[in-house]
Design a protein. Structure first.
Length: 205
């Protein structure tokens, strides 16, 4: 029985790491693609990832699963950028900024607190409604932030898909959907400050 449970936990950990690695690798690819580049700067991939891995979990598991998914994503993104640069510009020097990677790893650990909030997504309770509204508000604030720089079809499609995932996981009734809609605006306004913080910290490194 113990071996079976251990294998299950290892399997879950590997799946989380794989999800993080794939999202980070895709973001690195998007960084060097004109049509997809905004997706490398936006947080939409990471927000929907956090919701997906934390929804319905207990507090400890939600935090651990969030960090376990985001840390590989950070590493894969920066290593992937180096690989893609080498493919695009063969022979040209490129070095990974260690300070920036450490900063984003630190932010990934802090982002585990989002998992603590988003773990309520899907619950037919007030906490579930507020958590879903917060996730939707965060997605909208992030999209608005990037749209101010330069909108793109890829960003619009990715945001719509992410909203579909979050609402699909989080809404259990039309009544709950109505309350989510009521709370989206205040959460989006608060999230506008939150999504601006990482860029500010990165500019200071």
């Amino acid at each position: 029985m113990t071996n079976t449970l251990t294998r299950g936990r290892i399997g879950a950990g590997e799946a989380l790491a794989a999800a993080g690695l794939l999202s980070g690798a895709f973001a690195a690819f998007a960084y060097y693609n004109e049509g997809l580049r905004l997706l490398a700067h936006a947080f939409v991939l990471w927000i929907v990832l956090v919701v997906a891995v934390s929804a319905g979990r207990g507090p400890r598991r939600a935090y651990v699963r969030t960090v376990a998914a985001l840390l590989p994503a950070v590493v894969a993104f920066y290593v992937g950028k180096k690989v893609m640069y080498g493919l695009k510009y063969p022979g040209m020097p490129y070095s990974i900024d260690t300070q920036t990677v450490v900063l984003w790893c630190f932010l990934a650990v802090l982002a585990g607190t989002l998992g603590l909030a988003f773990r309520f997504v899907g619950a037919p309770t007030r906490a579930g409604t507020l958590a879903t509204a917060a996730a939707v508000g965060l997605l909208l604030a992030d999209a608005a932030r990037e749209w101010l720089h330069r909108g793109s079809a890829a960003l619009a499609v990715a945001t719509l898909l992410a909203l579909g995932v979050v609402l699909g996981l989080g809404v259990r009734s039309l009544r709950q959907l109505g309350f989510v809609a009521l709370w989206v605006v205040p959460f989006a306004l608060a999230a506008a400050v939150l999504v601006a913080v990482p860029d500010l910290l990165e500019s200071l490194v």
